[in-house]
Design a protein. Structure first.
Length: 169
C-alpha cells in the first residue's frame, strides 16, 4: 500500500487518504483582538497569542480542544494546544477538527508540516489562513487518528514528567 506509513497500530490496514485541511476541520480561523491592558498575570482563562501563552483574562472566546498555529512574527507556524475555555488573539489561528477527524492528531500533523515555510516574505512574516486551509496531507480513518493522537499525547506527557523530575544540569 503506497499511501500508508510503514509502522501502524495493530488492526489498521486501510490506506491513508489525501485531503485538504478545509475538508477535515470545523474551524480554521484567527482569534480576536484583545487589548494588552486586559491581559494579566493571573485570571480565569488563559490567553494564547501567536507564540503561545501570553497571560490570563476574565473572558474567553473558545471552548474545547484546539490546535493553535502562530500566525505572525519570527515564530509563525509554531504550534500550541488548548483544552477548555481560553481566549485566542488575532495572532493565533484556531483549528478544530470536524467529526471525521481528531484535533489532537491535527495538532501533531500540523506541527510536522513546518507551516512557517508558507509565510509571506514581508518585514513581519505572516501566515494567511486562506493559504493554509488549502494545504493537503495524508489522513487515516478517525479511529486511527484517535490512536495516533493519543499515543503522541501520552509521549508528550511522559517527556514533561521526566523533565520535571530531572535536575537541571
Amino acid at each position: 500500500m503506497a499511501n500508508t506509513p510503514k509502522i501502524r497500530f495493530k488492526g489498521f490496514t486501510d490506506d491513508w487518504e489525501q485531503r485538504k485541511l478545509s475538508d477535515v476541520t470545523d474551524e480554521f480561523q484567527s482569534g480576536k483582538f484583545i487589548a494588552a491592558a486586559d491581559i494579566e498575570e493571573a485570571g480565569e482563562y488563559p490567553v494564547y497569542g501567536g507564540n503561545g501563552l501570553r497571560g490570563y483574562c476574565n473572558t474567553y472566546n473558545h471552548d474545547g480542544d484546539f490546535a493553535l498555529i502562530g500566525r505572525q512574527g519570527a515564530l509563525c507556524g509554531n504550534m500550541n494546544f488548548s483544552c477548555g475555555k481560553a481566549y485566542f488573539t488575532e495572532h493565533a489561528v484556531a483549528v478544530k477538527a470536524n467529526s471525521s477527524s481528531n484535533t489532537r492528531f491535527l495538532y501533531y500533523m500540523l506541527d510536522k508540516m513546518n507551516l512557517g515555510q508558507y509565510s509571506d516574505q514581508s518585514a513581519q512574516p505572516g501566515l494567511a489562513v486562506g493559504k493554509l486551509i488549502k494545504l493537503e496531507n495524508m489522513f487515516p480513518s478517525k479511529e486511527e487518528q484517535d490512536k495516533v493522537g493519543g499515543f503522541f499525547e501520552e509521549l508528550d506527557n511522559l517527556i514533561t514528567l521526566h523533565q520535571r523530575q530531572s535536575p537541571l544540569i
